[in-house]
Design a protein around this ligand. Structure first.
Ligand SMILES: [Zn+2]
Ligand SMILES: [Zn+2]
Length: 378
């Protein structure tokens, strides 16, 4: 195996990483060691990485072992490869996405977002095979493997299964969020609910996921594309990206307003995780409509509607993970839309130097930036 590893990486690689040491505390940038990639692993030098809501959730209470390096929208350059990795070469540009086992029934059917080991492969902080971490500091374990990457660092170890090669001419910083947030919103429309031409969709919450759903709604040639969002700037951006209507839920009865404007919705996507918002979404669905659940709800929240509320209209409820995406198939498709100008991601992002990661987290948390992207000094 040693022959497959360039001479510049005979041992572990020194990296700078933003370490989460305790819940809610600021991230601290520290030196760590990143292990030589194993047979199915890839060592990636990060050029950029997006910040996704799940990173915030994990820093603020969702159970992950600490200390850990978060980050799961990495984009960079392949530095070294394990012997079993096919289809990649040193120097390739890659986007990193979520991890999956590659072997269970759902992975075999190209549904890796529903991998039987999804939670362990993305949140355990260790390699499930043997409980080890590719990251360490002075011989002590630093948890890694977050979404099979832990990309808040200058170097990351990913797996072949979640490492997608892209054209070197493409801007890695702009495309980084394809690995999670963008494919979640666009995939909800195109993969999970397969929105039909001319049908009405409602998007509740116009963050990166919701705005991606709006852009995908245009790609799917939906009819009305309704956005419900309290932030005026985001409503304006949603309209610029292709929404036909935008409503402020704080301005009055949003259910009555949407019904007055277009009658009702065939598809409703909740990206907020707020039960009261899901209730409005369900109230707006037309017979045989579908509620797509994308937002992360409070841990103990039940559905805010009764079985009879949805039964008599034949309403379907689909909880959607990672936009039902197979990253190796869907990310290239999304890049095609980007090249055609139909997925203008540059309108969602703002770049921060990696060293300002805590400012970027604050901007994501207070909503002042839709999609912060960290960039690494070369
Ligand atoms: Zn699997
Ligand atoms: Zn994410």
């Amino acid at each position: 195996m040693a022959a497959s590893i360039p001479a510049t990486h005979p041992q572990s690689t020194r990296a700078r990483a933003a370490i989460a040491r305790s819940q809610g505390a600021p991230l601290t940038i520290e030196e760590i060691d990143v292990a030589v990639p194993r047979a199915d692993e890839v060592l990636v030098r990060l050029v950029a990485t997006g910040i996704c809501h799940t990173d915030l959730v994990c820093l603020h209470g969702f159970p992950v072992p600490m200390p850990i390096v978060l980050g799961h929208e990495g984009a960079g350059v392949v530095e070294a490869l394990g012997a079993d990795v096919k289809g990649l070469a040193v120097g390739d540009h890659v986007l990193l996405s979520f991890n999956s086992c590659g072997a269970c029934a759902n992975c075999a059917d190209h549904e890796p977002a529903y991998c039987h080991q999804f939670m362990g492969r993305n949140f355990a902080g260790v390699r499930l095979e043997d409980g080890s971490s590719p990251l360490s500091q002075n011989g002590s374990v630093v948890h890694g493997e977050f979404f099979g990457q832990s990309s808040f660092a200058t170097f990351a170890v990913s797996r072949a299964v979640n490492t997608v090669k892209v054209d070197k001419a493409l801007p890695l910083a702009t495309l980084a969020p394809l690995g999670c947030g963008i494919q979640t919103g666009a995939g909800a429309v195109l993969n999970a609910l397969k929105v039909k031409k001319g049908r009405a969709i409602g998007v509740f919450g116009a963050g990166a996921v919701g705005l991606s759903a709006v852009m995908a709604g245009r790609i799917a040639d939906a009819g009305a594309i309704v956005v419900v969002e309290p932030n005026a700037q985001r409503r304006a951006l949603a309209l610029a990206l292709g929404a036909s209507h935008a409503f402020d839920p704080q301005a009055g009865d949003v259910v009555a307003a949407v019904k007055a404007a277009i009658g009702g919705l065939d598809y409703a996507f909740d990206t907020t995780g707020i039960p009261a918002v899901m209730k409005s979404a369900v109230d707006l669905l037309l017979p045989n409509g579908t509620l797509g659940v994308i937002g992360i709800p409070p841990p103990d929240a039940p559905f805010p509607f009764s079985i009879m509320d949805i039964y008599t209209r034949g309403i379907g409820v689909k909880c959607i993970v990672e936009g039902d995406s197979d990253p190796h198939e869907f990310i290239p498709r999304l890049i095609g839309f980007y090249r055609e100008g139909r997925l203008p991601l540059e309108k969602l992002i703002r770049e921060f130097p990696f060293e300002r990661i805590n400012d970027a987290f604050a901007a994501a948390a207070d909503g002042s930036v839709i999609k912060p992207i960290l960039t690494f000094r070369q």
